[in-house]
Ligand binder design. Structure first.
Ligand SMILES: *Cc1c(COP(=O)(O)O)cnc(C)c1O
Length: 401
């Protein structure tokens, strides 16, 4: 029997919904693309989006930004991080996270992860004390949530301010509470491969009026901070407006117009992702040679991607597994490669920072495979992809024995 193949495209997202296209066209017709360009009585799309995202997220304040990465940098600076400071972050993350820390002149201190792909809290406590860092940028990489109550307890014990990188956790929850609402600030991305799509874009949410006032001025508000949708009152800006530089990282009305209708569909899309990811997981969990991360009981993930390990695999085996899957139309990424490829770089290739030793993380990444789940895949597509992965993983293990 001929081996079954998958023929879908792994980087094909769904189209922008028609009502979002219409809203974007409307902005273009008006010519008022800049977020502060409004006629009297008009509330621009960017401000409306900030209000709606703050409401959806249950956040006091929200700033829309040019990207997730700029939201991270702004959050760090607004929380007081400056040149020479150390910032803790988990070593399993994507390049924009150490990049944001480096971008504000600070030094990343990388923390080990566990086999369940979340930050190792013992290593966090050790490195917090040893490094003198006062900030943890917690990257909720690929949507895997650690026990957030314990994270916040360690942060309190070690005097750490927490900034959450929620690029993969828009809509994820810990014990019912939304990711991004635990730390001093939560940062989101609306880049094409995240949960809502404006090409580029991001959000910063916070309950802290001072952090938000600094963030808004930094984002490039000139003195137009009263035209924001979910900002603190003018008193919060009284001093800050003289002290904070303009870094020009605003979102424009065009992107905001595209995002507002998508936000209204986000809950529905989260359910669609979880049906797809659930179908894939079911097949993969039944395959004895694969190991999937366990989720703590309180974690509600958004299954926009899937990760699994092939314990004991070496570089040669990983290469053969990747090409066997690719030969059947399943494009996997591997986090164990010596060279950065696509989005899968590791700390070994972030050579702008001090080299750090992370033996446990390295051992996990060497076995770790990754796949995004675009919503253009059906639930049946996901079952087929799961079957292909399971068959090729089993064949590989058999040939090794
Ligand atoms: C995408 C991403 C970011 C940054 O988002 P951009 O909008 O691309 O700048 C940050 N952290 C993680 C883990 C990401 O995947």
């Amino acid at each position: 029997m001929e081996a079954r193949k998958f023929t879908g495209n792994f980087t094909q997202q769904e189209p922008i919904p028609e009502d979002a296209i219409a809203a974007a066209v409307e902005v273009m017709r008006s010519g008022r693309l800049h977020r502060y360009n409004a006629v009297p009585g008009e509330v621009p799309e960017a401000a409306l989006l900030e209000r709606e995202y703050a409401d959806w997220q249950g956040a006091g304040f929200c700033l829309a930004t040019a990207s997730g990465g700029t939201a991270l940098q702004i959050a760090l600076r607004a929380a007081g991080v400056g040149p020479g400071d150390r910032v803790l972050t988990n070593a399993f993350t994507l390049a924009p996270v150490p990049g944001a820390i480096h971008g504000v002149g600070a030094e990343p201190v990388l923390v080990e992860i566990t086999g369940d792909l979340v930050i190792d809290l013992d290593d966090l406590a050790t490195k917090a004390r040893a490094s003198g860092a006062q900030v943890l940028m917690l990257s909720l990489m690929r949507g895997h949530m650690p026990d957030m109550d314990r994270v916040m307890q360690v942060a309190t014990d070690c005097g750490l301010t927490v900034i959450e990188d929620c690029a993969h956790t828009m809509g994820a929850r810990w014990n019912g509470r939304l990711s991004g609402s635990f730390g001093a600030a939560g940062c989101f991305s609306t880049q094409t491969y995240k949960h809502i799509n404006s090409g580029e874009g991001g959000f910063l949410v916070s309950e802290d009026a001072e952090i938000m006032a600094r963030a808004i001025v930094m984002s490039g508000s000139y003195m137009l901070y009263d035209r924001h949708g979910a900002a603190p009152g003018p008193e919060a800006f009284a001093e800050i407006r003289y002290q904070v530089p303009n870094l020009s990282a605003r979102m424009d009305n065009l992107r905001a117009a595209m995002l507002r209708p998508q936000l209204r569909r986000l809950d529905e899309n989260i359910a669609r992702w979880n049906r797809r990811c659930g179908a894939l997981e079911e097949v993969l969990r039944a395959c004895p040679v694969l190991r999937l991360p366990d989720r703590p009981a309180g974690a509600l993930r958004v299954g926009s991607s899937i990760q699994f390990r092939l314990p004991g695999i070496d570089a040669d085996g990983a290469g053969r597994f990747l090409s066997a899957c690719a030969g059947r139309g399943v494009e996997l990424k591997w986090f164990g490669g010596a060279e950065p490829a696509g989005y899968t770089s590791s700390h070994h290739s972030w050579r702008y920072m001090r080299a750090q030793s992370l033996p446990r993380t390295d051992a996990i990444l060497a076995e770790l495979f990754d796949m995004r789940i675009p919503l253009t895949f059906s639930v049946d597509d996901c079952r087929l992809i799961g079957a292909i992965i399971a068959e090729e993983a089993s064949a590989l293990t058999e040939s090794a024995n």
